[in-house]
Design a binder for this molecule. Structure first.
Ligand code: CDP
Length: 212
């Protein structure tokens, strides 16, 4: 079983993906970490994230087995990640790893921006998780505080909107729901309610498939 969970920044897709993978006993890949790792390699090497040739090299050289999510979630890396993610060859270099991950038995939950549209268009269930920008900014601020980082809600909101815009407007695998994705608006849902709503959608999709 492959479950694709896409959506904009801080929509709740990562938390939903983690919980869904746990109850179904599936592998979980936060694909944002791949783009973040390329961004970190660029910043560590003193290169601008829009240095296309270097970004492609970094993506090809990436070893996803060595990921440490904690350092990859830092705000400076977040911004650079969306810059390298707009480079088509960077996306191409990361595609095989994601597709192979998805094929590992007994199946996987992948969360990102283009899972339902590009990485796993044949996924059994596709969710597109969204929430209002203000609610997403408030969530991201709480996450940053929990990590011990300073965060100003207005700045975080501006960062989110800029990143959403860049992710949606790029020509390579833009952020958008697949035509057959189920939309899940978590603006008024806490994490428990969002998780339950996701499971309901997944169960309905699975039952529907069995009947067909
Ligand atoms: O947690 P948050 O949504 O803030 O970030 P993320 O999911 O880790 O993604 C960071 C950046 O990576 C995004 O702004 C996208 O530009 C890029 N990304 C992508 O292009 N495709 C994916 N499948 C996942 C992330």
């Amino acid at each position: 079983m492959i479950i694709a969970i896409d959506g904009p920044a801080a929509s709740g897709k990562g938390t939903i993906a983690k919980q869904v993978s746990a109850i179904y006993g599936l592998h979980h890949l936060d694909t944002g970490l791949l783009y973040r790792a390329v961004a970190k390699a660029m910043l560590d090497g003193g290169h601008a994230p829009d240095d296309v040739a270097r970004a492609i090299e970094a993506a090809i050289a990436l070893d996803p087995a060595k990921f440490d999510d904690n350092t990859l979630k830092a705000p400076a890396i977040t911004e650079a990640a969306s810059v390298v993610a707009a480079i088509p060859e960077v996306r191409e270099a990361l595609m095989n790893y994601q597709r192979q991950f998805a094929m590992r038995p007994p199946g996987a939950v992948l969360d990102g921006r283009d899972i339902g549209t590009v990485i796993a268009p044949g996924a059994d269930v596709k969710l597109f998780v969204m929430a209002s920008p203000e609610v997403r900014a408030a969530r991201r601020v709480r996450e940053l505080w929990a990590r011990g980082e300073q965060a100003d809600e207005k700045e975080v909101l501006a960062d989110l909107l800029r990143r959403d815009e860049r992710d949606s407007r790029r020509t390579a695998a833009p952020l958008k729901p697949a035509p057959d994705a189920h939309l899940l608006d978590t603006t008024h849902l806490d994490i428990d309610a969002a998780f339950r709503a996701a499971v309901e959608i997944i169960e309905a999709a699975r039952t529907g498939r069995k009947r067909r």
